[in-house]
Design a protein around this ligand. Structure first.
Ligand code: ADP
Ligand code: TRP
Length: 321
């Protein structure tokens, strides 16, 4: 089974990214042949600063490795090291109905948030389809907001197969992890960079403390039971605490007698402990910069060998070259 996923290098990772997509992808590296990449061509739709993009790519590579991506188990690479993706995207775009792209939520959401309405942003799902199809991927673990793009990919693959021969491209399946499909931010809305309500995966300890202790709460008196419904403290705690500790926090909410400050302290401790091993590993990787270059170079070579083969097959089928 071939598994593929990508993340855009668009700033520091937050725990919504981690629990929404990355954790599941990292688990899957032990269950099949995984290809994971840093989607820098995609980030060009929102970042027009070469130095910044390069530094985001590096940060994301370090974060992925720190969180347990094992380059001996999976192929880890930077998208732009495999330019075959863009050629396949062009070929796919010629069978992609405009209506299919016009229905995509992401374009509307992003332009509503102020990202320039470029052709690249509009055509982005076609590039994503190329990313997936060029590796004959079976399974694509993504966050819920990316599911529509995998469905578009399936539609495009079907169109290609209808036009150029059954079996030319493999039809992939999305895998969404429903339990953590929406990680709430500090304010209870979906955690997102654009809402400024994030906890970064490698937040400075002092900043992490400030953010967690500052989570807005209602004015229930200390001695009274606290509402569990819609509590971001509980929702975040569930992600990082053991099931027994989580159950005991629920019981303490319901019983009353403990203030929100105490619950926040427990959350802070669990969050710090959960990510401590990753933090250590991150420091080791940062101290050895050539390791990251080496991993990405090796990944690019392996990815490119597969991508070239698929592209050759497609070029033959459509009549190019
Ligand atoms: P942001 O909303 O912060 O800009 P992205 O859109 O770059 O995040 O998301 C990258 C990946 O992380 C996507 O697969 C997305 O589904 C997942 N993701 C982002 N925020 C969350 C969240 N709050 N809960 C679950 N998954 C998330
Ligand atoms: N569009 C995805 C995101 O914004 C990143 C991405 C690009 C991707 N190509 C992909 C994810 C292929 C899965 C498969 O998060």
């Amino acid at each position: 089974m071939r598994i593929l996923s990508g993340l855009q290098p668009s700033g520091r990772l937050h725990i919504g990214n981690y629990f929404g997509m990355m954790e599941a992808a990292l688990k899957l590296q032990h269950e099949g042949e995984a290809f994971y990449f840093i989607a820098d061509y995609h980030s060009l739709t929102s970042i027009h600063d070469g130095k910044l993009l390069r530094s985001h790519v590096r940060d994301l590579a370090i974060d992925f490795l720190a969180c347990g991506l094992d380059p001996a188990k999976c192929v880890f690479f930077r998208q732009s090291d495999v330019p075959e993706h863009t050629e396949l995207a062009w070929i796919l775009s010629t069978v992609t109905p405009m209506g299919l792209l016009e229905r995509c939520h992401s374009y509307k959401d992003k332009t509503a948030r102020g990202i320039a309405a470029s052709h690249g942003l509009f055509a982005y799902p076609v590039l994503m389809a190329a990313d997936i199809l060029i590796y004959d991927s079976d399974l694509v673990p993504v966050g819920r907001d990316q599911k529509q793009h995998v469905e578009v990919t399936r539609d495009i693959a079907v169109k290609m197969n209808e036009a150029f021969g059954e079996g030319l491209l493999k039809i992939p399946t999305p895998r969404i992890r429903e339990e953590t499909a929406v990680v709430p931010g500090l304010d209870g809305q979906k955690m997102s960079k654009s809402y400024g309500n994030t906890i970064e995966l490698f937040e400075e300890p002092a900043k992490l403390k400030k953010k967690i202790m500052g989570i807005p709460t209602d004015s229930t008196p200390v001695e009274s039971p606290k509402p569990t419904e819609g509590s971001s403290i509980l929702a975040l705690y569930q992600l990082v605490a053991t099931p027994a500790d989580y159950d005991s926090m629920i019981a303490d909410f319901q019983r009353g007698g403990i203030g929100y400050g105490e619950f926040k302290k427990r959350l802070l401790q669990a969050m710090t402990e959960h990510f401590a091993p990753y933090r250590e590993r991150r420091a080791e990787i940062v101290a050895n910069p050539s390791y990251v270059d080496h991993v990405l170079a090796e990944g690019a070579e392996k990815a490119r060998a597969v991508a070239r083969q698929t592209l050759r097959r497609v070029r033959d089928a459509v009549g190019l070259g």
